[in-house]
Design a binder for this molecule. Sequence first.
Ligand code: SF4
Ligand code: SF4
Length: 498
Amino acid sequence: MTLVQLSRLDRPASTKFAAECKVRPILDKMLVTSLDGAFVLLTQDEFRAFKSGEVPAESELYQRLCAANLVRAAFDVKRAARLTSERKGFLRAGPNLHVFVVTLRCNETCVYCHASRANMDAVHTDMKKDIAEKTVDLALASTSPFITIEFQGGEPLANFSIVQHIIDYAKRQNAALGKTLEFTLVSNLGLMTEEKMAYLLDQRVQICTSIDGPQVLHDKQRKLAGGSAHETAARWIKRINEAYIERGLDPTLYHIEALLTTTRDTLKLPREVVDSYRSLGCRALFLRPVDPFGFASRAESHLEYPREEYLKFYRSAVDYMLELNRNGTEILERFAAIFLTKILTGTDPNYLDIRSPCGAGIGQVAYNYDGKIFTCDEGRMLHEMGDDTFLIGDVETSKYRELMAHPTVRALAVASNLDGQPDCVNCTYQTYCGVCPVHSHRTQGSVFGRIRDSALCAVHKGIQDYLFEKIAENDPDTMRTFGKWTTIRERSHYLQNC
Ligand code: SF4
Ligand code: SF4
């Protein structure tokens, strides 16, 4: 079936020429995206000809439109089916990300803590050995041939013996299954020691930390009793990166990753934030807005901001990163890399929060320290706030098939399927985008939400507008950098086939 989905203003005079497409003005051009995610940027004259169906078949424009599968008479159904199937390849796998919350205890106190941390003496929030083993058994029951076990908290280093046990047990259990295993650990590094670091690197665990920007900002937002959280993290980032080199690994490929949480104070410091990452030797930033979960919801009045202000910050920071790349410093922004991979390469990097349907249950599962199972870590965060909407089972009793067929998992797959979201289905960015039912539930009271009013939609739309503006400008340096940002980094060292 071909049908034209142009915005009210841009409805074509002739619906006979154009295949299904969506349109959005970008600078002085018109962006037209096709059903299978290809796009063209047309001048106003070209767009008028496209709308009215007056494009001569021998013209260069006609060839360009056909190449993007935008001409109804030449519409290639097989191509559309193949490309859509390739983009949705993640649906054939099953959950690959398994988040293990090994404790709620944490040595730091962050103003926005999404995990609702517990004090260091709350040892009852440590995952026990029997729960850990049952959790590994469930994770390995996934139909996915790739399993990432991500250690989260609280601070996972506070329950390090269980981290070690999980790695050891998972490897032993996987010997008979032959899946590809990967371990990641998200840590503030405050409890790191040389011994723990050596163990983690020997076991090829990918380490990720949090850096909120310059030291003053970081230490204001992340309190470490008796010291500077920033100094501690910076010291260990340097040490861990040195240790990768000592092990003969290429530092451009293997280095510690850091994540940022953008608060109101961050918005004033786009360049300073980027420079603080550079000075630590980090090659990537993820400019994530603050989420409405955990302590962040309590501190909303001094952390939150209108999303237009965030987008101004985002544009300044990424403009600066593009300038740095132009001058030979390689540094990338992760939102941009995720969207650009979809826009420019036609593949989907399977980032679970920006895909359709999203990863809740069918791409990731989160396991709390006490064995309770959630559709994703964000669903678990709401549980800590007293909302069990996203609780789907318990490792003591639940079977893998029951979890996958759980009514909540089904509801979230339907709610995050952009083909069924009234605003997204007509949006130019539908093929590249994703919505978050947990966010919609929390901020709008329903997993379906009202996407046009969603702060997350504002962020996704604003970032894609920015990226398409840059693509429309077609500056060779920017396009070269964008090409690099879509390159999948070699990371075979972390993948373990046992
Ligand atoms: S519900 Fe939200 S947080 Fe959970 S997997 Fe989906 S997009 Fe991600
Ligand atoms: S979330 Fe917003 S930007 Fe993304 S497809 Fe839906 S309407 Fe478009």
